[in-house]
Design a protein around this ligand. Structure first.
Ligand code: GTP
Ligand code: MG
Length: 194
């Protein structure tokens, strides 16, 4: 995929603010700090369009990035971050759940998990939840640069087994090196054309 245009159209906290029109949307889902915003930047070759941080809890709104004027990446707040208040957690949870359940333009979710770890309970719950609501999901095992090649393969297989995902629906990815970028574009291409 050649990306020649990318812009942040809106940072939304309620449905009325979601973009109008009916372009397909790919949502980035996963725990805080797993690399959702970094993945968007790498996929579109922009270093800083989506804001990233080494401190979890950076993305706090639903950020709609219009790509090639053809589809959106929707960057969501992460889950599982202990330091945000109960009230904020509930607000984010509500915002994310509402978007994922009701948004007709949503054609695919990317569920990001850290390649170094077994999926957390939250990851498993999220995967099952997406499955229950029949949202097509591609699992992305992030930060693959942090493991040796052999260990990486082993971990991807373990995550695949743990979640019960088909081999073609999981991609090892690194925002640092760009590994997995083309396979991920291939995995989502059918979801971004209308
Ligand atoms: P929230 O917005 O808080 O939910 O986090 P996020 O999932 O958007 O994570 P973000 O992209 O902000 O990345 C978190 C941290 O991980 C940053 O310090 C990134 O530089 C780092 N990071 C993200 N992806 C990778 C990767 O593939 N490899 C390495 N080595 N670091 C990464
Ligand atoms: Mg983020």
């Amino acid at each position: 995929m050649i990306v020649n245009h990318a812009e942040l159209v809106v940072s939304a906290v309620k449905p009325e603010q979601y973009p109008k029109g009916s372009l397909p949307e790919i949502a980035l889902v996963g725990r805080s700090n797993v690399g959702k915003s970094s993945l968007i930047n790498r996929m579109i070759n922009r270093k800083r369009l989506a804001h990233t941080s080494s401190t979890p809890g950076k993305t706090q709104t639903l950020n709609f990035y219009l790509i090639n004027r053809a589809f959106y990446f929707v960057d969501l707040p992460g889950y599982g971050y202990a330091k945000v208040s109960k009230q904020t957690k509930a607000q984010w949870g509500h915002m994310i759940e509402h978007y994922l359940r009701k948004r007709e333009e949503l054609t695919c979710a990317l569920l990001l998990v850290d390649v170094r770890h077994k999926p957390t309970r939250d990851d498993v719950n999220m995967f099952d939840w997406l499955d229950y609501y029949t949202i097509p999901t591609v699992v992305v095992a992030t930060k693959s640069d942090k493991l040796s090649k052999g260990k990486r393969l082993q971990q991807v297989k373990a995550i695949q087994r743990e979640l019960g995902v088909r081999p073609e629906d999981i991609v090892a990815f690194s925002s640092a090196t760009g590994e997995g970028k083309e396979p991920l574009w291939r995995a989502i291409t059918s979801y971004v054309s209308n």
